[in-house]
Design a protein around this ligand. Structure first.
Ligand code: CUA
Length: 151
């Protein structure tokens, strides 16, 4: 008799659990992550802020770094960031999927045509970083780099 009660609880809680998973998966599947904005990949050069790529001051010690990736370069590819700056990096591509990895940091994004990917990082130390493409994008993939200097 007790066994039946336990069995009932077991199946009941399993059902509740699956329902929660199902509902949350459905809810998440219906909206893209908040960090993603869409953009027309053919109009990147005309779409702000990517019509003027580079570092823009947005507040006290706060900056936006807008970068355009295309085969096989980043624009701009020489960037200077003041030490202590909180930088929101926005990156998009004009052609195919690229990577955006700042070697030695936790900055690592995929760059997809049609989307803007963002990541915010505070640069507390002076030094140099190399941005590399870590998604194979064609014959010049291995040459696709940019330099960041924190001064
Ligand atoms: Cu761009 Cu690999």
């Amino acid at each position: 008799k007790y066994e039946k009660i336990w069995l009932f609880f077991g199946i009941g809680s399993l059902f509740v659990f699956l329902t929660i998973i199902g509902v949350s998966a459905f809810a998440q599947g219906n909206q893209p992550p908040s960090c993603l904005t869409t953009i027309d990949p053919e109009k990147v050069d005309e779409t702000p802020p990517f019509n003027k790529p580079g570092l823009v001051k947005t507040g006290d010690n706060e900056y936006q770094l807008n970068i355009v990736a295309s085969a096989f370069a980043y624009t701009p590819n020489q960037i200077e960031i003041p030490k202590g700056a909180k930088v929101t990096i926005n990156v998009t591509t004009k052609d195919v999927i690229h990577g955006f990895e700042m070697a030695g940091t936790n900055v690592n994004m995929m760059v997809e045509p049609g989307y803007v990917n963002s990541f915010t990082k505070t640069f507390n130390k002076t030094g140099q970083y190399t941005i590399v493409c870590n998604e194979y994008c064609g014959a010049g993939h291995h040459m696709m780099t940019a330099k960041v200097k924190v001064v």
